[in-house]
Write a protein that binds this ligand. Structure first.
Ligand code: PLP
Length: 393
């Protein structure tokens, strides 16, 4: 089998070996239900407490403010639906952005059907919201602002601390979907005025199916999954002990290795950007040049279908994406690329490459070399390209 070059780390990451080893004993040895009374259960409870502590520490939170969930989508649903309900006597207006993940956008659509009013903030051509537009959007009945920390397609990092400050000056709750940011870039919930934050294990070398919702002490928000008294009565269900332990370990490692990982990824990222922009004509880098996730690269190649690019890369053992896993398979171009102002025909030619610390310069050079050939080949078959060249002459 040819070697896989995995460049789709925004879709999911490989569980790291250290995380895997930390989780293993909690499947067959320490399989207790941590809510039980006997002392065997205490071992599970201890492991969960430790994981909660590490998880909180990475973002400057208290361990009682961390609630384990079934993943990023659940955390986003919980934050929005439960806050909407809890604060509905104050008002029914929510502010978010046009480039959120579907876990936020589709939840907002659901809330609209329940009588809530949602303002979707525009973003500029680099994917940033405008703080001025945010201020103008706030009304007396605004109860919640939810803006993602970093975008999963184009990697742009939003001005979270400033957004949080504006929210708090206006007495509005602030939630951020930090699924792409947690474990990748520094976060501090107090410095950034964050009231609620979603994160997910499998986006930073932890396991799938486990996430967190950070809820600042004092925020009124009800239970979303009803049942037992787990997670201080706020999230029912027998704890996913191996998953939680894995999340905690991944958080601990991220805390220790963030600078080193970031430095490695930025070298690879910038090398790829530099090569593609200088060696392939009619290419656009999407997202902010510097306020950008260290592992994200996103291009649009004109006159090309992103899907054809992906298929040809796949034949070489290269895993990449055209945007988000949720939009692939559909013919609509990405809502994020449309929001940054790209016309449909250009948005269709997108390629997202998301790195991990495991990637090498050799892999990046291979991909750059191959992309040059693939793009040339696809353009040579494109009537659009032919027309364009003809008209230019
Ligand atoms: C992946 C992702 C989610 C969903 O997380 P899951 O754990 O897969 O449910 C939500 N928001 C963003 C920004 C993501 O990248």
């Amino acid at each position: 089998m040819k070697k896989l070059i995995y460049l789709d780390n925004a879709a999911t990451t490989q569980v790291s070996e250290e995380v895997f080893n930390e989780m293993l004993p909690f499947f067959r040895q320490t399989y207790c239900n941590p809510s039980a009374i006997y002392s065997f259960a205490g071992e599970g409870k201890k492991a969960v407490d430790l994981a909660r502590e590490k998880t909180a520490e990475l973002i400057g939170a208290k361990m009682e403010e961390i609630y384990f969930t079934g993943g990023g989508s659940e955390s986003d649903n919980w934050a929005l639906k439960a806050a909407a309900e809890a604060y509905s006597s104050k008002g029914k207006h929510i502010i978010t952005s046009k480039i959120e993940h579907h876990a936020i956008l589709h939840t907002c659509e659901y809330l609209e059907k329940q009588g809530y009013e949602i303002t979707y903030l525009d973003v500029d051509e680099e994917g940033k919201i405008s703080l001025e537009e945010l201020k103008t959007a706030i009304r007396s009945d605004t109860i919640l602002i939810s803006v993602m920390m970093a975008n999963n397609e184009i990697g742009t990092i939003e001005p979270i601390a400033e957004i949080g400050k504006i929210a708090h000056e206006n007495g509005v709750l602030f939630h951020t979907d930090a699924v792409q940011a947690y474990g990748h870039i520094p976060i501090h919930v107090d410095d950034m005025n964050i009231d609620m934050l979603s994160a997910s294990g499998h986006k930073f070398y932890g396991p799938k199916g486990v996430g967190i919702l950070y809820i600042r002490k004092g925020v009124k928000i009800r239970s979303f999954i009803h049942g037992g008294a787990q997670e201080r009565n706020r999230r029912a269900g027998t704890l996913n002990v191996p998953g939680i332990v894995g999340f905690g370990k991944a958080a601990e490692i991220a805390g220790k290795k963030m600078e080193e990982r970031t430095a490695k990824e930025i070298v690879l990222r910038d090398h790829l950007i530099e090569r593609i922009l200088s060696e392939i004509p009619y290419v656009r880098l999407n997202g902010h040049r510097t306020d950008r996730l260290p592992n994200n690269v996103n291009f649009c190649f004109r006159f090309i279908e992103g899907e054809s690019l992906l298929i040809l890369l796949d034949q070489l053992g290269v895993c990449a994406s055209s945007g988000s896993a949720c939009t692939s398979g559909s013919l609509d171009p990405s809502h994020v690329l449309l929001a940054i102002g790209l016309p449909h025909e250009i948005a269709h030619g997108s390629l997202r490459i998301t790195l991990s610390e495991e990637n090498t310069l050799g892999e990046i050079d291979f991909v750059a070399d191959e992309l040059k050939k693939i793009v040339e080949r696809l353009r040579s078959m494109s009537p659009l390209y032919e027309d364009y060249i003809k008209n230019r002459k």
